[in-house]
Structures are given as C-alpha cells and as structure tokens.
Design a binder for this molecule. Structure first.
Ligand SMILES: [Zn+2]
Ligand SMILES: [Zn+2]
Length: 250
C-alpha cells in the first residue's frame, strides 16, 4: 500500500548539497557559458525541455538548470524530472531544479521536501507578498517604498534562512513592477549571499543597470548564477550574453 503523506512547505534550514558548482564572477571560466534559470511547457514556458536543451547546445551553452515553477502541492515534478533526466544532449550538462517562492519572512519555501531533495539546485524567489502582511497577496496594495522594503525582507529570509541555493532575480518585483532602483538593498543582499554561501542570480529580465549589478556582485565577492529566466527558446543563454559580454567589455 502506498502511504500518502500530505506535503508541507519547506521550512528553513541548511541547504542540501547542490550538484551545481557556483563561483564568484571573477572566478568563472570565460569560455564556458551556462544558463541556470529555464522554464518549459511543463509550467509557463512555451517549449519542451528537449527544445530548450537543443537551443543551449546550438548556442554553445555548456550547462543548464531547469528551474520549474512549483508549489508544495504540485504533483507534476516526478514526471517532468524523469523526462528531463532522460535527455542526452552532447556537450550540455543538464541539471534539474525548481523555482519556488518565499512564503514568509522566515525562509519557508513553497516546495515539498521530497522534491527539494531530488533537485540538483534550488532557485528561490520573491513573487507575491504574503497575505499576512496586508491581508492580500497582491502587490497592488503596495506603494514602491513599501514594496522595496517587503521584497528586501523576504529576499533576506531566502538568503539567510532558507534551504535554497540561488536567490532568483534579486529585488526583481520592485524593479519590474515599481520601477525602483534599489541599489542599497541589492548591495546588502549580495553581501548576505557572500556571508551565507548563497548565490546571487544575474537575471536580465529584472535588471535595470547591467554594469551596476556587475559592480555589486564584484564588490561583495558573492557566488553568482547566470539565469536568463527563459520561457522560450529565443532567451536561452541571454543572461550570459548580457552579463558576461558587458563584463568582458569593461
Ligand atoms: Zn521568478
Ligand atoms: Zn523564473
């Protein structure tokens, strides 16, 4: 008989060892492009895992991480993982993970423990505000200053307390929805990533100033991840293109 266990959100704690290696920007090999934030049509992406991996191969991307959106109640992940693990694309190392959202200030993630354990790396992000703050989980209840403050607190929870490895699109909600330029908060998050051995994602979809972001992670000397947040094949490799090329020119 199968025991059915009600899955719960992933409480704060020490991350499981990641099977993806992350380094600081100045320690990253210039000749080995990677993309560690990809979605597929298993969630809100438009292409299959196979098509995304083939595009990575065509663009000389050496390693990719599928970071599918997930909730702790999701049941699709084992089937997705089996399909993605079966892919063999010459020259491309394929890692499988999830992008889960912070549920509170304490680093609780919307992700089940068994799924977390099966992943090569865990990406975590701030998406919607927890309902306990203002009674509703929508950013429309916030002004820009309030959004920056709340997003910063939730992101700090991810970095300092959660079991995630990568902080996805740091301050991305404030930047994309409110037009904020939260340099002070980004600096503090990068420093916290260095202190807590977490990874700061360089994500071109939520970046207002590429040279400024590069300076922030360089000064903090935190580990970084190139994550395109690609939802279609056209965007595979974009983070590397945007950030590594800019850095090379600098
Ligand atoms: Zn996201
Ligand atoms: Zn994403």
């Amino acid at each position: 008989m199968l025991l059915s266990v009600e899955s719960e959100p992933l409480a704060a704690g020490t991350p499981f060892p990641a099977r993806v290696t992350f380094r600081a920007l100045d320690e990253i090999a210039r000749d080995a492009p990677v993309d560690y934030h990809l979605h597929t049509h298993w969630t809100d992406g438009t292409a299959s895992a196979h098509a995304m991996a083939l595009t990575a191969q065509a663009r000389d991307i050496r390693a990719i991480l599928f970071s599918e959106h997930i909730r702790h109640t999701s049941d699709f992940f084992p089937a997705f993982q089996a399909q993605a693990r079966a892919l063999e694309i010459k020259g491309v190392t394929i890692f499988i993970g999830t992008e889960s959202k912070a549920l509170d200030h304490d680093g609780t993630l919307d992700l089940a423990l068994d799924v977390a354990k099966s992943c090569d790396a865990l990406v975590a992000s701030v998406h919607s505000p927890p309902a306990y703050v203002k009674g509703a989980s929508s950013w429309s209840n916030y002004n820009a200053a309030e959004a920056v403050q709340l997003e910063f607190e939730l992101a700090m929870g991810i970095v300092t307390r959660s079991r995630a490895h990568i902080l996805a699109h740091p301050m991305g909600m404030s930047i994309a929805r409110f037009g904020a330029r939260p340099i002070h908060e980004l600096r503090a998050l990068a420093r916290a990533c260095a202190e807590y051995d977490k990874v700061f994602e360089l994500n071109p979809r939520y970046c207002a100033d590429v040279p400024a972001w590069l300076e922030i992670v360089t000064m903090a000397h935190c580990k970084i991840s190139f994550g395109s947040d690609a939802h279609r094949v056209d965007d595979v490799g974009k983070a590397w293109e945007v950030f590594a090329q800019t850095q090379r020119r600098a």
